[in-house]
Design a protein around this ligand. Structure first.
Ligand code: ZN
Length: 147
């Protein structure tokens, strides 16, 4: 069990050190900013959606290791997915990190399940997902906040 926890931590640290898809998308069809005042995490999520499929996704921002790793893992998980799958993953991820049971369908995102034991960290892990949701719901110009 500890070995597994170590492995998970290694994945999180790796994604924090070298975030995947850490870029602005010039051709973004959707974007939104998010802020987690509790921790100071800031993020902007960019999406290029065509025919109901996420053709490309990127993010920029500054935050703690959990928020950065979560955003990096999210972008990897969502690229080339249809929007129905995006919503399914969002619901599954939210259940996972708020202490619900994992359905075992989240792939690499499962490494963030450990944050459910640290309520203050849950917002760090979910910030990127709430921001993604805001972007998809019309690219609201307002800043999303976890409060
Ligand atoms: Zn944070």
């Amino acid at each position: 069990m500890n070995e597994l926890a170590d492995l998970y931590q290694e994945v999180i640290l790796d994604h924090n050190r070298q975030p995947r898809n850490f870029k602005r998308l010039p051709g973004a069809t959707h974007e939104a900013k998010g802020h987690n005042p509790l921790c100071g995490d800031q993020i902007t999520v960019y999406l290029q959606v065509e025919d109901g499929v996420v053709r490309d996704i990127g993010f920029e921002g500054a935050g703690c290791a959990i928020s950065t790793a979560s955003a990096s893992l999210m972008t990897e998980a969502l690229k080339a997915q249809g929007l129905a799958e995006v919503h399914r993953l969002f619901e599954g991820f939210r259940e996972l990190v708020t202490g619900g049971q994992s359905r075992g369908e989240l792939g690499k995102l499962e490494v963030l399940g450990g944050v459910s034991e640290y309520p203050a960290r849950v917002k760090c892990a979910t910030l990127c997902w709430h921001t993604l949701n805001a972007a998809l719901e019309g690219g609201a110009k307002d800043v999303v906040t976890t409060e």
